[in-house]
Design a protein around this ligand. Structure first.
Ligand SMILES: NC(=O)c1ccc[n+]([C@@H]2O[C@H](COP(=O)([O-])OP(=O)(O)OC[C@H]3O[C@@H](n4cnc5c(N)ncnc54)[C@H](OP(=O)(O)O)[C@@H]3O)[C@@H](O)[C@H]2O)c1
Ligand SMILES: *[C@@H]1O[C@H](CO)[C@@H](O)[C@H](O)[C@H]1NC(C)=O
Ligand SMILES: *[C@@H]1O[C@H](CO)[C@@H](O)[C@H](O)[C@H]1NC(C)=O
Length: 254
């Protein structure tokens, strides 16, 4: 029997990344969890993944955690190298990391800090390109796929800051650019969540959460499980590339 598919998920000791690791583990994937500083959280997640894998293929070596600061290209290259050394192959990369600093979107002066723009461009655009480039030979070999986490803020202007919104839009364009140039072997897609109540989402004031729920057609925010399920669907679909899937409780229409 061929060894189970391997997924590498960046920024996955918490939030959407951790939820994605759990859904992939439940569906038989071997998983590399990446984090920067929360070693304890990453270790606890590996234990949970062990418990979630199908009873037929229980094996603790299916899950592995790698510390790497994905804001640096050298660390990204090491992360991919260590993942392949440890797991032997790479079938799916979920490029899930992102960065923002909350600003008043309606106030241009509040959105003029140059370091915000530089950090957003690095975290939300450049490092996804670097990760794709490092993973490409392995994904070509496995005819695998690359899925990146963008944002509703990249589909329509809004969200935590102008720099975040503009760079998340660029991330979606990067995804389409890579999809166009990497077929037929590699499929490239993205998910664009609306507000999710992760540690990140909980940085917003309750009034902003209430307003988002009120303005959403479904009167709810997106759950990490719903977004992670879309990631699983994209990974499993051999007919999709260059697609951005919005999961937002109907906020875009509201
Ligand atoms: N939450 C929302 O409302 C929302 C909405 C739309 C889109 N998104 C997007 O969804 C993605 C995931 O967000 P989230 O809400 O799940 O975030 P989160 O809850 O803040 O999760 C943070 C995760 O990122 C890891 N991390 C942070 N800096 C890192 C670095 N330099 N290198 C490696 N790992 C790092 C953390 O590990 P350590 O603690 O170990 O550093 C942790 O595992 C992001 O791309 C974000 O832009 C979020
Ligand atoms: C990654 O972790 C190190 C050590 O905890 C910390 O100094 C650094 O600022 C972190 N990087 C980012 C981008 O958060
Ligand atoms: C999707 O899942 C089915 C059932 O597990 C599997 O046979 C198929 O190879 C998967 N397709 C991709 C592209 O991963």
């Amino acid at each position: 029997m061929a060894p189970a598919a391997v997924a590498l998920i960046t920024a996955s000791s918490a939030g959407l990344g951790a939820a994605t690791a759990k859904i992939l583990a439940r569906n038989g994937y071997r998983v590399v969890v990446n984090y920067n500083s929360s070693t304890e959280k990453a270790t606890a997640l590996l234990k949970e993944l062990d418990d979630l894998q199908p009873a037929t293929d229980k094996d603790a070596s299916r899950f592995h955690a790698i510390q790497a600061d994905v804001s640096k290209q050298s660390e990204i290259i090491r992360l991919v190298k260590e993942s392949v050394e440890k797991m032997g192959q790479l079938d799916l990369v979920v490029s899930n990391h992102g960065w923002t600093r909350i600003r008043n979107f309606q106030n241009l002066d509040d959105n003029m800090e140059e370091s915000d723009w530089d950090l957003c461009f690095n975290f939300n655009v450049k490092t996804h390109l670097f990760l794709f480039h490092a993973a490409r030979p392995h994904l070509e070999k496995s005819e695998g796929s690359f899925i990146t986490t963008a944002s509703l803020a990249g589909v329509t202007p809004g969200g935590s800051s102008m720099a975040y919104s503009v760079t998340k839009a660029a991330q979606i364009h990067l995804m389409k650019t890579l999809a166009k140039t990497s077929g037929p072997k590699i499929r490239v897609n993205s998910v664009s969540p609306g507000l999710m109540l992760t540690e990140w989402g909980l940085k917003f004031p309750q009034s902003k959460v209430d307003k988002t729920i009120d303005k959403s057609v479904l009167k709810r925010v997106a759950t990490v499980e719903d977004v992670a399920n879309q990631i699983l669907c994209l990974a499993n679909s051999s007919s999709q590339t260059g697609t951005n899937i919005v999961v937002d409780g109907g906020r875009l229409l509201g």
